[in-house]
Design a protein. Structure first.
Length: 203
């Protein structure tokens, strides 16, 4: 006897429908159902073993190529791991490289300032070796050299009088701006000079 798969009522194995619920699907024969399952599992096992055999044969045929591929993958993986480790230790390395490529404006500015200071220093030193006609008074632009107190080759001290000049209003002496030796006299006695003229240089 079999049972209906819908209502569970016992029915004859040869019955087309269940007398209780009238459904046309009586429960299958357990023995037949089990045989179908066993056959299906057997076919699946055979196919699985066949596939394993194919894989094994393929690996044995191409084992050299497979080894090369695995080695290449290992090298690439190792290189990537090392790169990641280096990047994690120095995450801002790229920014440092970019900074290194940028022009050092601050350094350039410092060099320019240093050059200007050296030029100014050289100018000051040059002025310290020159005796110029200074301010002579309001509306006075010219003067006459009346007497040289020192000659070329004489040693002079700072603030020592070197030459006497005279205007219509006043007579004055021009002094050495620093210690040195008279090197050049540009205007002899009796020459007319104007404010700012270099009358003498020291060395």
């Amino acid at each position: 006897m079999a049972s209906c798969s819908y209502c569970g009522r016992s029915i004859s194995p040869n019955a087309k429908t269940c007398p209780g619920c009238g459904e046309p699907d009586p429960a299958p024969n357990p023995l037949a159902y089990g045989c179908v399952i066993i056959i299906a599992l057997g076919i699946g096992a055979i196919l699985f073993l066949k596939m394993i055999g194919l894989v094994v044969n393929w690996v044995s045929d191409y084992k050299t190529e497979i080894m090369l591929v695995l080695i290449a993958c290992g090298v690439v993986g190792l290189g990537y791991a090392l790169w990641r480790q280096k990047k994690s230790k120095n995450p801002s390395g790229l920014n440092h490289e970019n900074e290194a490529l940028e022009p050092d404006f601050e350094s350039a500015s410092s060099e320019t300032t240093l050059k200007k200071e050296k030029a100014a220093d050289s100018s000051v030193k040059a002025n310290n070796k020159q005796i110029r006609v200074s301010y002579l008074g309001e509306d006075v632009q010219f003067a006459t050299i009346t007497h040289w107190l020192r000659k070329v080759g004489d040693h002079v001290e700072e603030e020592e009088s070197v030459v006497v000049i005279e205007t219509d209003k006043v007579s004055t002496e021009l002094a050495a701006p620093s210690r040195g030796v008279i090197d050049v006299i540009y205007y002899p006695t009796g020459s007319q000079v104007s404010v700012g003229d270099i009358v003498c240089e020291l060395r």
